[in-house]
Design a binder for this molecule. Structure first.
Ligand code: HEC
Length: 183
């Protein structure tokens, strides 16, 4: 268990270095090729390597939102007619299941950052990275079965979603908020 935790931390550190280095290197390569370091031009180079037939809207609706909804529905408490109810998983399998949903969130950050999906090489990348970071926190909390940390990770996740929508498609937030409330 101890070993697992330290390996995991190293991986995280490496990942955050990579995340900062890769866009920089990509920017240099484009400059050397004599192109403007602009978003859409760079995208064509990646099309051969990645299958991005799912657009951002589909990725949101079919991959990211279902996973995130499970996370949000698995944290906190509700009070209803039958009384006070905790939403957190109650079994090891239950926590493993939400941990797997958190992994989808982590990888969604990468999927959004792919050429052909990324709207720019700037704030979009920061929000995508933030998505992965919130997902990692949720994975760690689920592995530790730490309810408080899991709840905080869910709150952080929510703020990344709304911040990116606010920046790139503010109209989504209205739909998004009312959708979440209705659930
Ligand atoms: C990096 C930016 C970014 C992040 C982070 C992000 N979104 Fe989005 N999202 C968008 C954009 C842009 C659209 C509009 C896509 C379109 O319609 O072309 C969108 C649209 C959506 C939609 C509407 C899809 C539809 O069917 O029209 C949902 C739902 C959604 N996002 C959920 C989420 C959730 C949940 C999260 C966080 C867990 C999240 N998004 C994080 C950029 C982001």
């Amino acid at each position: 268990m101890y070993l697992y935790a330290s390996v995991y931390t190293t991986e995280r550190a490496m990942k955050s270095i990579q995340l900062k280095t890769i866009p920089l290197l990509a920017g240099c390569a484009v400059l050397l090729a004599g192109c403007a370091p602009q978003e859409q031009e760079a995208a064509s180079a990646g099309d051969a390597a990645y299958n991005t037939s799912l657009n951002v809207q589909e990725l949101m609706a079919l991959v990211l939102e279902p996973a995130s909804d499970i996370l949000w529905d698995s944290g906190g408490w509700v009070v209803d007619a039958s009384g006070y109810e905790e939403l957190y998983p109650t079994t090891d399998d239950g926590w493993e299941y939400v941990r797997a949903q958190a992994a989808i969130v982590v990888e969604s950050g990468n999927m959004l950052a792919l050429p052909g999906r990324a709207a720019d090489d700037d704030a979009w990348m920061i929000y995508s990275e933030g998505l992965s970071e919130a997902g990692i926190l949720a994975m760690e909390a689920a592995a530790a079965q730490n309810k408080e940390d899991f709840f905080q990770a869910g709150a952080q996740l929510y703020s990344v979603c709304t911040a990116c929508h606010q920046a790139y498609n503010p109209e989504i937030n209205n739909r998004f908020t009312s959708g979440t409330d209705a659930d």
